[in-house]
Design a protein. Structure first.
Length: 260
């Protein structure tokens, strides 16, 4: 393995608030592959070596490697080891975008229908995702995403309402103008400049539940894809979003990590 790759992979990793440690390990190895530190066809270190270098358990490394294999970034040869794939898949879940971009289809119109935009106390779930203490003031933007006249997703987005520094200016309270036609992340990118990241998206499956079922015209027991986005700014948690996507949204290309 090249010395630059060895140095890059030997730095300890730490989980971000609300995110499993395996995601941090996945991101570190994926970044080494995408940046060419681990070249196509090259053998990657063993689970034991990676665990020792990154100061994590073999179990965490194994889970991260399984995700990398599922995403086509690495391949395993039984009895030999794991190798970087000869041909890397196109970037799919490695760059966060506003949800109107994620869910928009070709030649389809996507409308962001705001249901509320309020300041409220951060809950136990929201607080670590946006870098504040529970009870601190934060923004909640809640929206329904409508494509070709049909509701396909319910979105809740949070950022701190407290002082944050953007660029070289002094820190000031976060105030984002709501024009009613964009998600909070899109508004932040437009009004404050694109967030530096990094970011990530956790993906799971759940039932829509009774309250959101009415909004999306579903039964409470109907399955939905749950996309939970985290974005850091200034090396601290800043933005958190939870999006429930119905099956009628069809095929998705979900982007997960900012590329600078």
């Amino acid at each position: 393995m090249h010395q630059d790759a060895a140095r890059f992979l030997s730095q300890p990793v730490a989980a971000q608030p609300g995110s499993p440690l395996r995601v941090a390990v996945y991101s570190r190895i994926a970044e080494a592959i995408r940046n060419g530190l681990l070249t196509p066809g090259s053998m990657i270190p063993t689970e034991t070596e990676l665990g020792a270098d990154m100061k994590v358990s073999r179990t965490v490394v194994r889970e991260a490697l399984m995700l990398l294999e599922e995403d086509g970034l690495i391949r395993a040869r039984r009895g030999v080891g794991r190798f970087v794939s000869d041909t890397l898949p196109r970037i799919g879940i490695e760059r966060i975008r506003p949800f109107e971009e994620v869910l928009a289809g070709p030649r389809q119109t996507l409308e962001v229908k705001r249901t509320q935009a309020i300041r409220q106390a951060a809950s136990e779930f929201v607080a670590p995702g946006i870098g504040v203490e529970p009870g601190a003031e934060c923004w909640l933007w809640e929206s329904v995403l409508i494509r070709d006249g049909e509701a396909i997703a319910h979105l809740q987005e949070n950022v701190t309402a407290g002082p944050v520094s953007f660029g070289k200016g002094p820190a000031s309270d976060v105030e984002v103008k709501d024009d009613g036609g964009a998600t909070l992340l899109a508004a932040l990118n437009t009004q404050l400049g694109r967030l530096a990241g990094p970011g990530e998206c956790q993906i799971s499956l759940s039932q829509v539940g009774p309250s959101r079922a009415k909004v999306l015209d579903l039964r409470p027991s109907d399955p939905v894809l749950v996309l939970t986005q985290y974005v850091r700014h200034g090396n601290r948690p800043f933005y958190l979003a939870k999006c429930l996507v119905s099956a009628r949204a069809g095929h998705l290309s979900v982007m997960q990590q900012f590329q600078s």
